[in-house]
Design a protein around this ligand. Structure first.
Ligand SMILES: Nc1ncnc2c1ncn2[C@@H]1O[C@H](COP(=O)(O)OP(=O)(O)OP(=O)(O)O)[C@@H](O)[C@H]1O
Length: 324
C-alpha cells in the first residue's frame, strides 16, 4: 500500500559519499516521490558531521520520515544524532545507497536506489536493533559493526586510500594479511563467558554484510543479538588468504579457525588502548562495553515485519529459537 498523499519527508543528501553521485541519485529518485504525492524537503550536507547535527537538532514535527542518501558513514551520523536528541523523538529512516560500502542497504537487498525509494513509498516499516557502545566514557551508537584488531588496521589504511573507491577495503585487507598480522592480547566477555587469548581480530556484527563482505552470515537485524566473529592469532598467511576469499559468500565461518558466537552484552579489554572501527568510522578505543537496544530504530524496508526463527550460536553449535 502506498503512502497517502500529503506526506512530508525530510531528505538529507551527502554529496561526497561514494563516487560523489548523491545529487545525481536525488534527481533519479525524486520522480518516484513526486508521483506518490510525497513532499521532500531536501538538505544537502555541507560538512562532515552535518547529518548528525540535523538528526540531533531538527524539529521532526510534521515529518513522516527522514530519507538519507549516503553510505554507512552518513547513516552512522544520523543514528548518533537521533539517539542523542534532547526530546528523545524518533522518526522512520529510509536509506538510499549513496556511499561506497552501504552495508545496511546490502543486508536489506536494496542496492538499487530506485528499489530503495520504492520501499519508502510503499511504507514497509521495520524495527531494527541498535548497538550501544561505551568507550572512553562516552556512548556511541552503531547499526553495522564494531571491529577491533586487523579490522581497524584495515579501516585506518583504507581511509588514506579513499581514491581507490570501494575496492580499497579488499586491497588493503590483502596487503595487511600478506605483511603479517599483529597479535593482540585481550579479554573478551560474551554474555558473562570469558575468552582470554591473543587475537587477530574480533568483529561484533549487527548486519550480515560489511560492504560486500558477508562477514556474519547468520546475523539478523531484529533479533536482539549480535554476531561475534573471533579469529585468534596464529593462523598462517595462506590460511588467512583462503579465508579472505570465502568472506564474500560467508563460507569463512565454516573453517574451524573462525569462531562464531551470538551475545547481547559484550566487553573487550586489551593490553593497550587500541582504536576501534565502528560502522567504518575510526572512533573510540578499547576497553569497550556493548549492549543491544532491541528494535530501537524504525526503518523502511522492502519487506513488512514478520516473526522469524533464528539460530543462537556459541562456538560451533547452535539452536533455533523464535524471535517473537
Ligand atoms: N559536505 C560534505 N563535505 C565533506 N564531507 C562530508 C560532507 N557531507 C558528509 N561528509 C562526510 O562524508 C563521509 C563519507 O560519507 P559516506 O559514509 O556516506 O560515504 P562513504 O564513506 O563513501 O560510504 P561507506 O561509509 O558506505 O563506505 C561521512 O563520514 C560524512 O561525515
Amino acid at each position: 500500500m502506498n503512502l497517502s498523499p500529503n506526506k512530508n519527508f525530510c531528505l538529507i543528501v551527502n554529496p561526497h559519499g561514494g563516487r560523489k553521485k548523491g545529487l545525481h541519485l536525488l534527481s533519479e529518485i525524486q520522480p518516484i516521490f513526486d508521483t506518490a504525492g510525497i513532499k521532500l524537503e531536501v538538505i544537502v550536507t555541507e560538512f562532515a558531521g552535518h547529518a548528525r547535527e540535523i538528526a540531533k537538532q531538527k524539529d521532526l514535527v510534521g515529518y513522516d520520515g527522514m530519507i538519507v542518501i549516503g553510505g554507512d558513514g552518513t547513516m552512522h551520523e544520523i543514528l548518533n544524532g537521533l539517539f542523542t536528541r534532547e526530546d528523545q523523538q524518533t522518526i522512520p529512516i529510509g536509506l538510499i545507497p549513496g556511499g561506497s560500502g552501504n552495508s545496511l542497504i546490502v543486508d536489506l537487498e536494496l542496492t538499487d536506489p530506485v528499489d530503495a525509494a520504492k520501499a519508502i513509498v510503499d511504507e514497509h516499516i521495520r524495527k531494527f536493533d541498535v548497538v550501544e557502545i561505551t568507550t572512553n566514557g562516552r556512548t556511541v551508537y552503531s547499526f553495522n559493526i564494531i571491529g577491533w584488531g586487523l579490522v581497524t588496521d584495515v579501516g585506518i589504511r583504507a581511509e588514506k586510500w579513499r581514491w581507490l573507491g570501494p575496492a580499497r577495503y579488499t586491497i588493503v585487507s590483502l596487503l595487511k594479511v600478506l605483511r603479517g598480522t599483529q597479535a593482540r592480547s585481550a579479554q573478551l566477555i560474551l554474555d558473562g563467558k570469558e575468552i582470554a587469548d591473543e587475537f587477530t581480530f574480533v568483529m561484533v556484527c549487527n548486519t550480515r554484510y560489511t560492504g560486500a563482505m558477508k562477514i556474519a552470515p547468520q546475523a539478523k537485524l531484529d533479533d536482539g543479538l549480535l554476531d561475534v566473529i573471533v579469529l585468534r592469532h596464529g593462523a598462517s598467511r595462506l590460511k588467512l588468504l583462503s579465508l579472505f576469499n570465502r568472506i564474500y559468500d560467508g563460507t569463512h565461518v565454516e573453517d574451524p579457525v573462525v569462531e562464531y558466537y551470538t551475545a547481547s552484552q559484550i566487553s573487550l579489554t586489551s593490553n593497550q588502548a587500541d582504536p576501534l572501527n565502528i560502522d567504518g568510522e575510526l572512533t573510540g578505543t578499547t576497553p569497550f562495553d556493548i549492549e543491544v537496544r532491541p528494535r530501537a530504530i524504525e526503518m523502511f524496508d522492502r519487506r513488512k515485519e514478520k516473526c522469524q526463527n533464528r539460530l543462537v550460536i556459541s562456538g560451533k553449535g547452535g539452536q533455533s529459537v523464535p524471535l517473537c
